[in-house]
Write a protein that binds this ligand. Structure first.
Ligand code: SAM
Length: 286
């Protein structure tokens, strides 16, 4: 486990993932009934963008750095507001020049958007990261931080007692076979909790692996799969993160329309080199 998210926090892929996450949580809030968010690869929850790691790559400058003070049309601004409000709440000392120094990870975004009846289970395997996450949520009775292999959380932890909610699977993709584990993990989880919303993150780096992943999902028999592909540069000869993808299972009926407003606005800001585009497609319908 060499992957350290501190190098990548706030990059374009985090922005897209966290915007989708925020729209899913906002949808769940439309009913009073409590929900649970389960984050299987949670990270440390809050990132310092002035850290050596973040400064070394500067990736956040091509992500949240471009978005935080950008002018947006009214519809996109309204849909991005819950997410951007969480980012702003971590940066209360923003001067007139704007900018951002701290960035929230997925568990903190979900937690900040939740209501008092909702619950968060944040799973992280790396011992130091799990300890930092526990410290971040110390004393918070709505959040449970679990030091565990996130793939195991797809078994015994499902379905949650609330019976409604969202499961985010955001593995580091540092090992071979992560795409296969995602498909297997989803199938296992979906059997136990067919009504849950699932959000799976994946890198657009090895194009053949992405094509095989989408094919495997289509063949899985799992209905209602929406695939989001957000590319910021053309396919490169050397392996590099040209884009990021997300598959949402059981997306709320509002999600596709919202993303058709938000993704073009984000793409205009975050694209690095053209031709590169975003795309959304149903891998499986009802
Ligand atoms: N979801 C986080 C966010 O959006 O802020 C970022 C997560 S990062 C991409 C992946 C995380 O998974 C890392 O913190 C890594 O330590 C952790 N990890 C790696 N293997 C794991 C496993 N088998 N189970 C749970 N966590 C794991």
């Amino acid at each position: 486990m060499n992957y350290r998210h501190a190098y990548h926090a706030g990059n374009f892929a985090d922005v897209v993932k966290h915007v989708v996450l925020s729209r899913l949580v906002e949808y769940l809030k439309q009913k009073d009934k409590a929900f649970r968010v389960i984050d299987t690869h949670a990270g440390i929850g809050r990132y310092d963008l002035s850290s050596t790691e973040a400064q070394k790559t500067g990736e956040w400058q091509g992500g949240i750095g471009r978005l935080i003070d950008a002018p947006l049309d009214a519809k996109a601004a309204a849909l991005l507001a819950p997410y951007l409000d969480v980012v702003r709440s971590l940066n209360p000392e923003r001067g007139p020049e704007g900018g951002v120094k701290k960035y929230p990870g997925s568990p903190l975004i979900a937690r900040q958007l939740m209501r008092k009846q909702d619950r968060l289970s944040a799973v992280e395997l790396h011992q130091d990261d799990a300890a930092r996450l526990k410290a971040l949520f110390a004393g918070d009775f709505q959040t449970r931080v679990i030091e565990l292999d996130g793939w195991l959380a797809l078994g015994a932890h499902l379905p949650p007692k609330e019976k409604r909610g969202l499961l985010l699977i955001d593995p580091p993709f540092e090992e071979q076979g992560e795409f296969g584990r995602l498909v297997d993990g989803l199938q296992k989880a979906h059997k136990r909790w067919p009504g849950g919303i699932y959000a799976l993150w994946y890198p657009v780096k090895d194009r053949k692996a992405v094509i095989a992943f989408r094919k495997a999902l289509k063949q899985s028999g799992i209905p209602r799969l929406l695939d989001i592909d957000f590319e910021i540069k053309p396919a490169s000869a050397e392996p590099s993160l040209d884009g990021s993808g997300m598959v949402v299972v059981n997306p709320p009926f509002t999600l596709e329309g919202e993303l058709r407003i938000v993704l073009p606005a984000l793409h205009r800001l975050l694209v690095v080199e053209k031709p590169a585009d975003w795309r959304m497609e149903w891998l499986a319908g009802e």
